[in-house]
Each structure stands twice: as structure tokens, then as C-alpha cells.
Design a binder for this molecule. Structure first.
Ligand code: SF4
Ligand code: ZN
Length: 311
């Protein structure tokens, strides 16, 4: 890339950010990326100084970037890395190796939950419970449940996840398409405690694109996985992401504008109109953890019972 860095005006520019029409050198890119994450954390008041935060790590570029930035910018906060080993052949061992390396680099404790050792199951076993859908829906339920349960049992005060701008816009876009108002109301950069056993969730990377997370991880030389999960191919989520990328190529500010107008304009209006529909959580009749289902087992316990019935 030709030309000097627009910020320092000293070094050669290496990164072009189309949404802000900026050419940056690697140092200025890293600095601005960290500032933007700090801005998101402060704008939504995501962290306070006595927080004990579990960072959900997967070996991917987003969660590695998140763990690195949080541990370097917020040194008053206690940080733990939590990895769920799903038992996907090759992939899970590869990711475990990467998160172990990351934990060493940032000097944080790594908590590992193995589906196989702790539950006697692998994610592939859940195929029979999903009635022709992608296994990712069961995987999402399992990971959400376990991250919350592990963090609750450890007395953590927040769970940080690596959802970035592309992920957030993809999910919002899907809820809009479905007209899924309940889920739109629940989808927030900072989901506060809505039940005593619900650990608040934060998404500090929602202002960064996929590409920015990847470049950050690469420039910092963070250990990130180089293979994909065998179940990821052909998902609807990937197709929607491709579509959004096509729009963004023509309109570089599309994703930023979409997210801004949702969180700043549409969500407050939806919240005001749905005052009587506040999100309620109940306790699972099997495990006692929070669930949106009244007088019934939570989605996780339902999956496990279905699997046991079929065994
Ligand atoms: Fe889970 Fe699907 Fe991701 Fe594989 S691709 S880790 S099954 S959500
Ligand atoms: Zn349950």
C-alpha cells in the first residue's frame, strides 16, 4: 500500500480502513484498535475495577484479540480464560493448543471444560437431537449454558465474548428478517444481570470488523487456529455474512451505520414500546440454572435428556 500513515505521518501505511477512509501504519493501527475497544467498554460501562471476568476463548482471532486487549488495557480487572473442548476431532486439540499458548503469553489462568471428560459426550453426538438442522444450534446452546454455569460457579462477575461487528450485524439482520422482536430486545453489547444465576455478558469488540480482529491478532503475533471446525461448512450464518460483506464492499460504512442506528435509535424505541414485556428468566426444573422456559427444563438439559433417551 502506497503512502504515509495518516496518523503519525512518519511510517509507511500498511492497513486501509475503508469505513473511515484511513491509511495507517501497523503501530497506529494497533493503537487505534485498542482505543476503540476501550471506548466501547467505557461507553457501555462494561467493566468496573473489582470485576472478575471470564473471557470465552476458542482459539479464534476474535477471542484471542479480546483476551489480549482486555488483559493489557484493564490491569485492575481479574481475568480468566475459559475454553470449552467440544471434542471435535483434530479441531478441538488444535484450538486447545492455541489457547494454552495464549494463556502463557498473557499470563492468565486457563479453565478448560471438556465435554468428553466432564459430560462423557462429544459435540458430534448431538446430531440426533437437532432434527436436520445444523449442529451449530446445539453447540451454541451448550456453549452459552456452560460459559454461564462455569462463571457462576467460579463467582465471576462478567463474561466477555469476542463477538465483533460482523457477527453482531449478521445476528441483528437475521432477527430483523424473522421479525424476532424478543431476541432483538435481548441482543445488547452489555447484558446485565436479569436473574441471580445469570452472569452479565459483555461484547467489547462490537466496534471492530472481522478484518480488524484478524489483522490485530496477526500484528501482535497471537496464537490463532488455522483450521476450521468440520461442522462450519454451508451454514446459513456464513451465507448471511457473505451477503453483508457484498453490501459493505459497495457501501463501506454499512455495518457501522446498521449497528449504530439499531443500538442508538431502534432498540430504545423498542424498549419503550415493550415495557410490559420485560425479559423474565425462570429456574430450570432439572439443573436450577436460568432459562426463558417457565416450569420446564432449560434448553441444555432438554438436549442432554433427548440424547440419553436415544442412547
Ligand atoms: Fe460449534 Fe458449529 Fe462453531 Fe463447530 S462450527 S464450533 S459446531 S458452532
Ligand atoms: Zn437445566
Amino acid at each position: 500500500m502506497a503512502g504515509e500513515c495518516r496518523r503519525c505521518k512518519k511510517k509507511e501505511a500498511e492497513v486501509y480502513l475503508p469505513h473511515s477512509n484511513l491509511n495507517l501504519c501497523s503501530d497506529c493501527f494497533l493503537l487505534l484498535t485498542e482505543r476503540r475497544v476501550k471506548h466501547t467498554v467505557n461507553a457501555y460501562k462494561m467493566l468496573s475495577k473489582n470485576d472478575r471476568v471470564g473471557v470465552a476463548v476458542s482459539g479464534g482471532k476474535d477471542s484471542s484479540t479480546l483476551a489480549y486487549i482486555l488483559s493489557s488495557l484493564f490491569d485492575k480487572v481479574d481475568i480468566f480464560l475459559i475454553y470449552i473442548d467440544l471434542g471435535v476431532p483434530d479441531y478441538s486439540e488444535h484450538c486447545l493448543y492455541k489457547v494454552n499458548e495464549l494463556a502463557k503469553i498473557i499470563d492468565k489462568e486457563l479453565i478448560i471444560y471438556s465435554l468428553e471428560k466432564d459430560l462423557g459426550l462429544r459435540i458430534g453426538d448431538f446430531k440426533s437431537t437437532i432434527y436436520g438442522r445444523k449442529i451449530c444450534s446445539a453447540c451454541g446452546t451448550i456453549k452459552r449454558y456452560l460459559f454461564n454455569k462455569i462463571s457462576y460457579d467460579m463467582g465471576l462477575t462478567k463474561i466477555a465474548t469476542g463477538h465483533n461487528l460482523n457477527d453482531t450485524v449478521e445476528v441483528l439482520f437475521n432477527f430483523y428478517l424473522e421479525g424476532n422482536v424478543e431476541s432483538l430486545l435481548r441482543m445488547k453489547p452489555f447484558l446485565r444481570r436479569i436473574h441471580p444465576k445469570f452472569v452479565p455478558k459483555i461484547k467489547p469488540l462490537i466496534g471492530l470488523t472481522d478484518m480488524e480482529c484478524l489483522l490485530y491478532a496477526e500484528y501482535r503475533n497471537l496464537p490463532i487456529r488455522t483450521i476450521d471446525c468440520q461442522f462450519s461448512k454451508g451454514s446459513r450464518m456464513l451465507r448471511r455474512k457473505e451477503l453483508l460483506n457484498m453490501i459493505t464492499e459497495r457501501m463501506p460504512t454499512f455495518m457501522h451505520s446498521f449497528m449504530q442506528s439499531h443500538f442508538k435509535r431502534i432498540l430504545p424505541t423498542l424498549e419503550a414500546a415493550s415495557k410490559n414485556r420485560e425479559i423474565k428468566l425462570y429456574e430450570c426444573t432439572i439443573c436450577g440454572m436460568p432459562t426463558s422456559l417457565k416450569g420446564a427444563p432449560c434448553h441444555f438439559c432438554k438436549l442432554i435428556s433427548t440424547l440419553k433417551r436415544r442412547a
